[in-house]
Ligand binder design. Structure first.
Ligand code: ZN
Length: 151
């Protein structure tokens, strides 16, 4: 994708609207049937990142946690991700940006960039036995679906 034109800006807006409505922590274009390397990821508080051609240029540490997917509603599973990532991509103005993210946001970025490569969280489970219905997770002690990234 050579440049960010009006149709890409519209796609970024559609993705953000759908992500907030879900609600989710992120959304990638292939999830809405668009085969472009474009995604949005919710940041801290009421803001989000919209990126074209995002790539992870640096990754450190590790985190293990529950994750779900708006494309596989109702299921969550345990996935190991990098704790901190630096993601490079083009923003909605076509400018190259680098975003450093940790924790929840870093997990969402990795989940969305996986979508661009056709990889689902179920391909990355620490163990198949961790895959369960959301209601099961919620019923478990000290586990809340709120801590699972849905993206
Ligand atoms: Zn997903």
């Amino acid at each position: 994708m050579a440049r960010v034109d009006a149709s890409i800006v519209r796609l970024l807006d559609d993705l953000a609207e759908t992500m907030y409505a879900a609600p989710g922590a992120g959304l990638a274009a292939p999830q809405i049937g668009v085969g472009l390397r474009v995604c949005v990821v919710k940041g801290d508080e009421n803001q989000h990142y919209g990126l074209v051609n995002p790539v992870i240029v640096k990754a450190e540490g590790s985190q293990v946690g529950y994750e779900g997917c708006l494309s596989i509603p109702g299921w969550v599973g345990e996935v190991e991700r990098y704790e901190t990532v630096v993601v490079k991509g083009l923003n909605r103005r076509g400018k190259e940006v680098r975003i450093k993210a940790s924790g929840f946001t870093a997990r969402a970025f990795q989940h969305e960039i996986d979508h661009l490569d056709g990889i689902l969280f179920t391909d990355r489970l620490t163990s198949l036995s961790t895959l369960r219905r959301v209601e099961e997770l919620e019923a478990e002690e000290e586990r809340s679906v709120a801590e699972a990234v849905q993206a």
